[in-house]
Write a protein of this length. Structure first.
Length: 135
């Protein structure tokens, strides 16, 4: 089993630098062909979101970042634990101004049927079905 790290996804999704992107594309052909077993983690996906969206890096719009994460989730043969929750978080990320970690929190709450969150972040007040409680 091969673990895929953040920079590998970034090279694949951005095509930059070209030489590394080409080698990564070849790796993903092998993954999709069943020649290589591969996995990644939620924390790697979070870092991919950060790198792609950060103005200090690529500064991509939310819709492009969300599409990129959905593309990762669609790679045949790539095991992404919690893929359903990550997919739900991409929908929140694309349709709100919440940061990625808060989108994951909302997706997790919905998955578990939780309606209350202990937080001082007022942006949760705008999420239908969630009640923010200040401890």
């Amino acid at each position: 089993m091969l673990f895929i790290d953040t920079n590998t996804f970034v090279y694949l999704l951005t095509g930059s630098p070209a030489d590394r992107a080409e080698r990564v594309r070849a790796l993903f052909v092998d993954i999709e062909g069943g020649l290589v077993e591969a996995t990644t983690s939620e924390s790697v996906i979070a870092e991919v979101v950060y790198v792609l969206s950060s103005k200090a890096n690529f500064g991509l719009p939310r819709r492009i970042v969300a599409r990129s994460i959905r593309d990762i989730l669609l790679v045949d043969g790539l095991i992404v634990p919690e893929a359903g929750r990550i997919h739900a978080a991409t929908q929140w990320y694309e349709s709100t101004r919440l940061d990625w970690v808060d989108c994951l929190a909302v997706a997790q709450m919905q998955h578990q049927g939780i309606t209350e969150i202990a937080s001082y972040d007022r942006h949760f007040d705008r999420i239908e079905g969630i009640v923010r409680v200040e401890p």
